[in-house]
Design a protein around this ligand. Structure first.
Ligand SMILES: [Zn+2]
Length: 589
């Protein structure tokens, strides 16, 4: 029999959820097939976010989020199902049916337009007669090799008003899409649209997954007033959320744990060609909050190769304080010559390698820049030094680091460290900004999960617990699984958990997921002794009984009141005896 898989199943088969999630957050092993992490969907100190390799699902016991790898990517990236699927299809190298309306959204349609536009510009650069000066500029003035043009899919926008517009219209793409994608502009007078980019070297801007989301266009003509123009904000392109080249650089960044951040596309391409591959461009001389968070996924340090001014108050504008807040270390790369990395590399690639290797911690940089020009014996200079450096030190989040540099400054100024410390401006700490959130999961639900997990660890206790605890004492979502484990135990007497998994998957996949989720809920106990497990089962069972009795009592009280108000004596009597029976039971346990 030939199995015809849907693309969704094919993607799920080819990708491992642990690897996909591991690209976003650091996962730690928690048992044979389980991993854990601090939940990315709520703030917590201790990890309650679990991943099951066996079932290929994740579940957070703090906030209740859970699902498969597609759900995870959707939540993490804020995507609709078709967009997440597309992203994962690319990762898994799975071909999606192209014109399935179920798999298309406005966003995916724009990505298609941009991909075709990038191919058009690239093709034009390589082949068109009219692109000769562009080719010469890139190969001679910028010294870019053909393979570099290929890797970055660098292109050329012809010196015409409708080069791209006509080519894309011929492919059946509507004017509305050309405008939404940001590649064409509506004419102010008359009808129709024209090319946004003309006579420009085109850098396709790709997102972290490698999809083209926009363009940066560099003017080829030297007298052109706007040297660079970018795609405007569109549905898929938001300048502040993108780091150019992150998709290609991320393996090397992850390996070295350092991301080199340059300002321009050309700096980035030149560095990559020179063999320094862990490089991204910020498209400006400041890191935004979105860019810092993106970097944090792959790096522990950002080495900035911007033109840095030593004025301390600019640290915040540069995004440096933002980086500190997210515990991203910041270093500064100082160029030996040239106004930017591109110019430096063009003259001498080795000098760039050396500059990268000599990157300085940002505070060292500020200190040597500031103090190097000042005289510690001159009182005006002393005041100037404190004025520049104290605001920066106020932002340092690590107390050890802060003290180290405060001492250094105090020594230079020859004043008491405490005097300087009092002058620091208090900053809101990261903890204040991101309050730890209490668990959102209902107590009965948490207990039910835990009980079912424990019963998988100690199946021999199932008959005993079944006698003590009725099904309705468990949270509604877990009652089916509770019945299932009892049935499994009594009928088949299967004590092997993997056999349970198989039986559950055959009957109903949600049962199998439930088994995996509840097993993850007790990952902390799986290595414990039998005595510990028995004691925990005892405690959890009692707690569930208590929660259930309480609910039951409240319910009975309400029914009793209703019966009394109706004068239904028979029912009042029945309910009263039930009430007494229950309270009696509750006292015993
Ligand atoms: Zn959570």
């Amino acid at each position: 029999m030939v199995l015809v898989n849907s693309p969704v199943e094919e993607i799920k088969n080819k990708l491992d959820i642990a690897e996909v999630i591991g690209e976003y957050i650091p996962l730690k092993p928690a048992g044979p097939e389980r991993l854990k992490a601090r939940c990315p969907f709520h703030n917590e100190r201790t990890p309650s976010f679990m991943v099951s390799r066996y079932r290929q699902i994740f579940h957070c016991f703090g906030c209740g989020e859970g699902g498969d790898l597609i759900t995870f990517v959707q939540k993490m990236e804020g995507l609709e199902f078709p967009e997440a699927l597309r992203l994962l299809a690319k990762k898994a190298n799975v071909q999606l049916p192209q014109y399935d309306p179920k798999l298309t959204t406005e966003k995916t349609a724009l990505l298609d337009v941009l991909k075709i536009a990038a191919a058009y510009y690239h093709e034009y650069l390589l082949k068109a007669q009219a692109a000769r000066s562009a080719r010469e500029y890139l190969s001679q003035a910028r010294k870019l090799k053909p393979e570099t043009l290929e890797i970055f899919k660098i292109g050329y926008a012809p010196d015409a008003w409708d080069g791209l517009t006509l080519a894309l219209k011929k492919r059946g793409i509507s004017e509305a899409y050309l405008i939404s994608a940001g590649v064409s502009v509506r004419r102010e007078k008359g009808e129709g649209v024209y090319d946004r980019f003309r006579n420009r070297i085109m850098f396709p801007i790709r997102d972290v997954h490698g999809s083209v989301i926009g363009f940066g266009g560099r003017a080829l003509a030297e007298n052109e007033p706007a040297k660079y123009i970018n795609t405007p904000q569109t549905l898929v392109y938001n300048k502040s959320q993108v780091l150019y080249n992150l998709d290609l650089a991320k393996p090397e960044i992850r390996k070295q744990k350092i991301a080199i951040v340059v300002e321009g596309y050309m700096d980035c391409v030149a560095s990559y060609q020179a063999g320094v591959g862990n490089v991204v461009a910020a498209s400006g001389t400041a890191l935004t909050e979105g860019q810092v968070l993106l970097l944090k996924r792959f790096a522990s340090t950002a080495a900035l190769a911007f033109d840095m001014d030593p004025a301390g108050e600019n640290a915040a504008k540069r995004g440096i304080t933002q980086a500190w807040k997210e515990n991203l270390e910041v270093k500064v790369i100082s160029l030996p010559f040239g106004k930017d990395p591109d110019e430096c590399i063009n003259k001498d690639p080795k000098a760039w390698h050396q500059a990268v290797a000599a990157a300085q911690p940002i505070l060292e940089f500020y200190f040597s820049r500031t103090l190097g020009n000042l005289d510690p014996k001159n009182v005006q200079d002393k005041k100037a030094a404190a004025k520049v450096l104290l605001p920066i030190l106020s932002w340092v989040t690590d107390p050890i680091e802060q003290t180290h540099y405060l001492q250094k400054l105090a020594e230079w100024l020859r004043v008491e460290e405490n005097l300087l410390r009092r002058k620091l401006t208090p900053q809101k700490s990261a903890d204040e900004k991101f309050k730890i959130q209490p668990s959102k999961v209902d107590r009965q639900e948490a207990l039910s999960q835990r009980l079912l997990g424990l019963l998988q660890l100690e199946p021999s206790l199932i008959p005993e617990i079944a006698k003590k605890l009725p099904t309705e004492a468990l949270n509604g979502a877990w009652q089916n699984l509770y019945k299932f484990v009892q049935l499994q135990y009594s009928e088949d007497n299967l004590l092997n958990i993997s056999e349970w998994q198989q039986a559950a998957a055959k009957r109903d996949p949600s049962l199998a997921d439930g088994l995996a989720i509840s097993a993850m809920a007790v990952a902390d106990l799986s290595a414990g002794t039998s005595v510990e497990k028995h004691r925990e089962i005892e405690t959890v069972t009692q707690e569930l009984q208590r929660v259930w009795f309480n609910k039951k009592l409240i319910q009975l009280t309400q029914e009793l009141r209703l019966a009394e108000s109706r004068g239904d004596k028979e029912n009042v009597q029945k309910l009263t005896s039930l009430f007494q029976e229950l309270t009696q039971k509750f006292k015993q346990s």
